[in-house]
Design a protein around this ligand. Structure first.
Ligand SMILES: O=P(O)(O)OC[C@H]1O[C@](O)(COP(=O)(O)O)[C@@H](O)[C@@H]1O
Ligand SMILES: [Mg+2]
Ligand SMILES: [Mg+2]
Length: 292
């Protein structure tokens, strides 16, 4: 490798590390916003969801701090129409507050991040790192990078490593399927029913917490194509790609019903996708049922 390529790879690594540190350091302020900004704002986001004041505050905090990093060239988010650009080499995409409808009943929420080598909208193959924060009874952070997944506990924004090699357990235990039984398609319903007979239901209304159940106990999380909404609910760039990158790096599988989410590229920044994530064998069963 030439010296210049070597130097630029080192710079990219340093930028990824700064992005991860900055997200961790911002979590105490996001927790404060969860506490203080509990009301609705007047606005809706680009996919038509009502925005809470906390969604907007979390987005503002991440945008300002991540774009201040020298190597970060752009910031894209579920809460803003367009990509904000700067100069640099890597691109960050975020769901600043995931599961924000859980704010009122005081249930789990999180933040999801992805770092790409190309500006979104772009393929999941251009991811260089991804992960998420869970604002649960404790604040934790899961980071996938260079084929390995690590879990940290966060205290005042400082990270303490608790698991150096997170892997999806081989024997699945839990499942969580969004969208509601009456809305499922004829293709998804039978495989969902057979999985329901085998596994325990864990569905909390925040993808971050539900995926963390799958990483902890093994199983499957899905927000499938619905009869009224074949494109599903969740956003490919901000939720699908990063969670697929984490689950695949932890030895599991991701799918849009047809192929790995990482192989897909949105035509538009805010595009939705059906999404299935978890143990290999379960994703195989779902794919063979829904892909016809
Ligand atoms: O309320 P539903 O239909 O079960 O949807 C829950 C899903 O929607 C989400 O809350 C969407 O995320 P946002 O809160 O970022 O919009 C996911 O976290 C969760 O898996
Ligand atoms: Mg979300
Ligand atoms: Mg959100």
């Amino acid at each position: 490798m030439s010296e210049s390529l070597d130097v630029s790879a080192t710079n990219a690594d340093a930028t990824v590390a700064q992005v991860i540190d900055t997200i961790a350091e911002t979590t105490p302020d996001v927790r404060t916003a969860i506490f203080t900004e509990r009301g609705h704002s007047e606005s809706v986001n680009p996919t038509g969801d009502a925005q809470l004041a906390a969604d907007l505050r979390a987005d503002e905090l991440f945008e300002e701090r991540l774009l201040a990093i020298d190597g970060v060239a752009s910031y894209a988010s579920e809460e803003r129409e367009d990509v904000t650009t700067s100069t640099g080499r890597l691109h960050v995409a975020m769901d600043p507050l995931d599961g924000s409808s859980n704010l009122e009943p005081n249930s789990g929420m999180g933040s999801i991040f992805s770092v790409y080598s190309e500006q979104p909208p772009t393929s999941g193959r251009n991811l260089v790192a991804a992960g998420f924060v869970v604002y649960g009874p404790v604040t934790s952070m899961v980071v996938a990078r260079e084929g390995r997944v690590r879990e940290y506990l966060l205290e005042d924004g400082d990270r303490r490593l608790v698991d150096n090699d997170v892997t999806v357990p081989e024997d699945p235990t839990v499942f969580g399927f969004g969208g509601g039984v009456d809305s499922w398609t004829d293709e998804f319903e039978p495989v969902a029913e057979s999985i329901r007979e085998e596994l325990k239901l864990r569905y909390g209304g925040a993808m971050v917490a539900d995926i963390n159940q799958v990483l902890t106990y093994g199983g499957v999380f899905a927000y499938p194509a619905l009869q009224s909404r074949p494109e599903g609910k969740l956003r490919l760039q901000f939720e699908g790609h990063p969670m697929a990158y984490v689950v695949e790096s932890a030895g599991g599988r991701s799918s849009n019903g047809d192929e790995s989410l990482l192989g897909t590229e949105p035509d538009e920044l805010h595009e939705r996708t059906p999404l299935y994530l978890g143990n290999d064998s379960l994703i195989d069963r779902i794919e063979s049922s829904v892909e016809q």
